[in-house]
Design a protein. Structure first.
Lengths: 298, 313
C-alpha cells in the first residue's frame, strides 16, 4: 500500500509539473538556443538570417561579437540602461515603501480596496497609459507651464519635460510602481505588531524601531520587488520610444532596431543574448542577497 | 498601562515614588515579557538579548559581558547564535526573560508568559522564574488567569475584577481568608452557602442556613447578628464519611451525586437533604484503593468549627 501511494504521489508531482516544464522548454529554452545560434550566423541579404549551411559548409562567425566589443557605444548604452533600471528601482522603493506600510497598517477591511486601487492602472492598456504621460508632460500642459513659470520667476531658462530622460524615468516609475508595492505590502502585512511593542518596551524610539525591526524584516519584500522592477525596466523599449528624446536610447530600443529597423538579426541576437546574460547575473546576485537576508529569519 | 502602551484616563502610576504615567514606553525603567515572547526573528539569541543594551548605547565590551551573563542565568549560553525559529517554546521563553532582565529594569512585567507552554514545561518554568527572581531581586508583576500559577509564584497577589482590586494579599491569605465572594469563587474551588448570622461572640459565630440548620464558624471582626452573606468552606476542609445519625454541628447527611477521580485525590459532590451540593476532597493515600464511595451512597459531610470564612454581602 505504501509503495503504491508513493508511486501515486510521484506520478501526481510529475503530472502537475509537466505542463509548465514543457511550456518553459518550448517557449524559453528553445528560443534562447535559437538566439544563441543566430548570434553566430550571417545576416541575410534582405534581412533575416543567411542560410546556416551553404555549399556543404557551416556558415558561422564571431563577427557580431567583435562588432559589439569594438565600439564603446554599445557598452555605454548597456551602462545607461542599467543606470535607468537602478534609478527606477530606487525611486520605486522610496515611493512604494510608505504606501505599502500605510496599506499594511490600515484596518483589514480597507486593505483590499487600497490594494485594488494600487493595481487599478493595469485595468487600462499599457500604451494608452504611457501616451497619457505625453499629454501630461507636453509643453502645453499645466505641469510644464507651472514648472517653467516657476523657473522663469527665478530667472532660469524654460525646460522641456517631454522627450527627455526625465520623462523616461517618470514613465518607468509610473508603470512599475505596483510591482514594488505588492510584494512590499505582502511582506509588511505579515509583520507581528508585538515586535514593535517589544522594541519600544526595550527602549527603541520610533526611528530605531523602524531601522532595527521593520526595515530588516522587510528586506525580502524589497528584494522581490526590486527584481520585478529592475529586470523589466532593463529590457523596456516602448517607454523610451514614446516619452524619450532621440538621445534616450536604451538596450531595448537598440535590440528592437536591429530586428525591425536595420534588419541585422545576428547582431540583434547578440545584443539580446548579452542582455539575458546581464539579467541572469543580476537575478543571481539578488537571489544570493535575498537568501542571505531570508535565511536569517525564514 | 504599566508598560505604557495604554494611557490611564486619570491618576498616577508610581514606581519607586515617581509618577511614570506621562513617560513614553521606551523611556520607562521597566520591561515586559510578552505572551508571544515577541523575539526579533531576524536576530540571533545573543543579538536579541543585546537589543536593550544597544538601545541604551552601552559600549561593546559591556554588552558582550552582560549578554553572556544573562544567557548564563537562563542556561542558554550554548544557543547564543541560534535564531528564534530554531528554539523550542521553553527556550524562547527563556530568551525573552534574559532580554528583559539584561539591563536590570526596576520592574519586570510578565503578561501571561507561560500560557503557551504545556503543563510539564510550565511547572519547570515556574521553578526557574522563582529562582531567577530571587537571584536578580527585581520586582516581577505576573499577569495570569491560571490561579494555581498565581498561588505558586507570588509573594503577593492582587485579585482584579473589572478593573478593581478585590483583594491584595499573600497567597495563603487570598486562598484561606478571601475577603468577598468574588475572591473566594475565583481562587480555587469552594463551597458556598447562603446564610444569616444568628449569633456573633468573640470566640465563634453561629450561622443559620435556611433549610439546613445551623453551622459554627470561627469568630470574625465587625460581625453582628442579623447580617446576611455567604459561608465558604474549601473542599479539602470538608470530611466525608459513612452516614451516621449524630446530632452534631457542621454535620450533614446526603447522597453522593458524582465524583471526579484525578489520581492523587477524589472530589465527591454530595447532595444534602435540601438539594445543596457540597464538594468534599478525599486524599487517595490508602494504597490500592481508588475510591471509597459510589454514586448514590448515603454519606455524611462535616467540617471543623474553626474552618471556613463568613463573607458579608
Amino acid at each position: 500500500m505504501r509503495g503504491y501511494s508513493c508511486v501515486n504521489r510521484r506520478l501526481g508531482r510529475w503530472v502537475v509539473s509537466l505542463p509548465p516544464t514543457l511550456f518553459l522548454l518550448l517557449f524559453f529554452v528553445a528560443p534562447s538556443l535559437i538566439m544563441v545560434v543566430a548570434s553566430f550566423r550571417f545576416p541575410g541579404e534582405y534581412g533575416g538570417l543567411a542560410p546556416l549551411v551553404e555549399h556543404g559548409r557551416w556558415k558561422l562567425t564571431l563577427e557580431t561579437y567583435r562588432f559589439f566589443f569594438s565600439d564603446f557605444i554599445y557598452a555605454e548604452i548597456f551602462i545607461k540602461s542599467f543606470g535607468v533600471a537602478l534609478a527606477t528601482t530606487l525611486i520605486c522603493i522610496l515611493m512604494a515603501y510608505p504606501l505599502a506600510w500605510l496599506i499594511a497598517r490600515s484596518p483589514k477591511k480597507h486593505q483590499d480596496v487600497m490594494v485594488l486601487l494600487a493595481v487599478l492602472p493595469f485595468a487600462s492598456n499599457f500604451l494608452i497609459r504611457v501616451y497619457a504621460w505625453m499629454i501630461i508632460l507636453g509643453p502645453q500642459a499645466a505641469v510644464a507651464r507651472a514648472v517653467n513659470s516657476l523657473l522663469a520667476a527665478f530667472g532660469f531658462e524654460p525646460v522641456t519635460l517631454l522627450f527627455s530622460p526625465f520623462a523616461v524615468l517618470v514613465g518607468m516609475v509610473y508603470v512599475h510602481l505596483p510591482f514594488m508595492i505588492l510584494p512590499l505590502y505582502t511582506n509588511l502585512a505579515k509583520h507581528d505588531p508585538a515586535l514593535l511593542d517589544a522594541a519600544q518596551d526595550l527602549g527603541a524610539n520610533a526611528w530605531r524601531r523602524f531601522w532595527k525591526v521593520t526595515w530588516p524584516l522587510s528586506l525580502p519584500g524589497i528584494y522581490s520587488g526590486s527584481v520585478l522592477v529592475f529586470i523589466p525596466v532593463l529590457g523596456m523599449f516602448a517607454i523610451p520610444d514614446i516619452l524619450g528624446g532621440t538621445g534616450d536610447i536604451l538596450i531595448g530600443n537598440l535590440i528592437k532596431e536591429q530586428f525591425l529597423g536595420t534588419r541585422d538579426w545576428p547582431f540583434g541576437a547578440t545584443l539580446s543574448l548579452m542582455l539575458t546574460l546581464a539579467v541572469l547575473v543580476c537575478a543571481g546576485l539578488a537571489a544570493w542577497l535575498a537568501r542571505r537576508g531570508v535565511g536569517r529569519h525564514a | 498601562m504599566i508598560a505604557g502602551f495604554e494611557l490611564p484616563d486619570a491618576g498616577q502610576i508610581l514606581l519607586d515614588g515617581n509618577n511614570i504615567a506621562d513617560i513614553p514606553p521606551e523611556k520607562r525603567p521597566l520591561h515586559t515579557v510578552f505572551q508571544s515572547y515577541a523575539l526579533f526573528p531576524h536576530l540571533t539569541v545573543a543579538e536579541n538579548v543585546a537589543f536593550p543594551l544597544k538601545m541604551a548605547r552601552r559600549d561593546k565590551p559591556t554588552i558582550k559581558a552582560k549578554v553572556h551573563e544573562a544567557l548564563d542565568s537562563v542556561h542558554l549560553s550554548d544557543r547564543a547564535h541560534a535564531y528564534p525559529h530554531e528554539l523550542s517554546g521553553g527556550q524562547k521563553q527563556r530568551v525573552a526573560l534574559a532580554r528583559s532582565l539584561v539591563n536590570r529594569p526596576r520592574l519586570l512585567l510578565l503578561d501571561e508568559p507561560l500560557a503557551a507552554l504545556d503543563a510539564k514545561l510550565r511547572e519547570e518554568m515556574q521553578h526557574e522564574l522563582i529562582d531567577l527572581q530571587r537571584e536578580v531581586g527585581i520586582t516581577f508583576i505576573f499577569v495570569t488567569h491560571a490561579q494555581d500559577e498565581a498561588l505558586a509564584l507570588s509573594h503577593r497577589i492582587a485579585v482584579m475584577n473589572q478593573g478593581h482590586i478585590e483583594q491584595f494579599d499573600e497567597p495563603s491569605k487570598i486562598y484561606g481568608f478571601p475577603r468577598n465572594r468574588f475572591v473566594a469563587d475565583f481562587i480555587g474551588n469552594t463551597n458556598m452557602l447562603e446564610i444569616e448570622v444568628a449569633e456573633a461572640t468573640p470566640t465563634h459565630l453561629r450561622l443559620a442556613v435556611p433549610g439546613l440548620g445551623e453551622i459554627m464558624a470561627p469568630a470574625q471582626e465587625e460581625t453582628r447578628a442579623g447580617q446576611k452573606g455567604w459561608f465558604t468552606v474549601r473542599p479539602e476542609q470538608v470530611r466525608i464519611g459513612p452516614a451516621q445519625d449524630r446530632e452534631l454541628k457542621n454535620h450533614f447527611c446526603g447522597k453522593v451525586r458524582s465524583f471526579i477521580y484525578v489520581g492523587n485525590v477524589t472530589t465527591y459532590t454530595v447532595e444534602l437533604a435540601d438539594g445543596t451540593p457540597i464538594d468534599a476532597l478525599l486524599s487517595n493515600s490508602a494504597p490500592g484503593r481508588a475510591r471509597f464511595f459510589e454514586v448514590g451512597d448515603e454519606v455524611a459531610v462535616s467540617w471543623r468549627h474553626d474552618a471556613g470564612v463568613f463573607l458579608r454581602e
